[in-house]
Design a protein around this ligand. Sequence first.
Ligand SMILES: *Cc1c(COP(=O)(O)O)cnc(C)c1O
Length: 457
Amino acid sequence: MSTSIEKITPYDEFNFLIPEDEFPKDGMSARAAAGIVISAEWTDANPMLNMSSFVTTWAEPEAAETAKRNIFKNYIDHDMYPQVFAMETRMVKWLHQLWNGPKEAEPYGTATVGSSEACMLAGLAHKWNWRKHREAEGKDVSRPNMVTGGNVQVVWKKFLRYFDVEPRIVPLSPGNYRLTAESLDKYVDENTIAVVAIAGQTFTGEDDDIQGIHDWLDDYEKRTGISIPMHIDGASGGFVNPFLYPDYKWDFRLPRVQSINASGHKYGLVPPGLGWIIFRERKVFNEDLVFYVNYLGGEMPTATLNFSRNAFQVAVQYYMFLRHGFEGYRRIMQHTLDNAIALRGILVDSGYFTVMNEAQRIPVVAVTLDSKIKNFNEFDVSNKVREKGWVLAAYSMPPNAEAVTSLRVVVRPHINLNVAKLLADDIVDACKFLEKHGGNAAPPTLHAHAAATSTKC
Ligand SMILES: *Cc1c(COP(=O)(O)O)cnc(C)c1O
């Protein structure tokens, strides 16, 4: 191997096998390393065409530049980057106001890595508050539980397992895919730390019956004297409801709603890595959960699960809020919803599909193949449109609605009407092909189903 350096071209340099089980021994040129990384990227899906994800895949150049400028700032180092912290603090107040927090209350909340971290913090706050309250009354604190619908995102199942809270998950049924007040009496009791209701659920885009659950809990308190708080998982709905449905009460206008999370990286329009948790008032976030650390040069409170993380998402969110304002977000969400409705219309008019729910709120289209179709299924459709580059999620619904298979399209703001129509036509063409030739995708096994739902985002 004595090729002189001048003779080595990129073709030579790129052309060797990357070691699988050993740490790379020698380095290589920057161009070669980049070339190899790029070649690995080729076969990944194009994020723009990933219609199964809620996460932002497009940004204006100014937003991307904002990200790049801030990429080396550590979010946690408030001492060194006080302006990042100031942006975050200001946005916490803005979100508290956007979600109609009481004016007299001191807003409290934090930026997180995503809604998952936000949900964990909210769950912990409610667990701590419940325990403190029970201890003050001299009652047993060994068996906390939390009530949610079967449509919850996997983060809540993680929270319940990781933090030792008994899951009380109200099952779905075919045709009803959301949590309502209907059977709460079988699930709620004195050990319930909170009821979690979703604004913009991942499966059908609907909201749980937030008002109905709220009223039921009011009535429960009248009957039993037990007051149970609500948490709203607004991962998607938190950045859609305020703009599109200003009169709809899903937020802090309902007194029982003590905390709300949202994903800045979903309809908040920031690239992956940002969530928000906002509390109704300071005291909901139990002081015992706050640490004061003397580190990186100052005494500072920390109440996130992560310590170091990138600060760029906070800066980009700030850019986005300033850039669009309420009116801009309203317009963006409106055209996105209009495009989702147009796409759904084409699918339904084709005769192949039925909608899973008329009353969607976020721009998600969830359809299921008409029952008369026997020779192909939703998984076949998902596979067939993949030939055109589209990534669509097909999955069977959670218990007890497993018999229903859904095909879901998350319409995001970068999907314009032309693209929405193109996608709809490609789905209908796939159905025509499959009707003629038949499909062969097996519905997933239970194990595969668990894996599929656990990666849903
Ligand atoms: C996406 C989502 C989550 C998880 O949020 P991440 O931001 O991906 O961590 C939780 N709940 C709901 C309803 C979601 O849509």
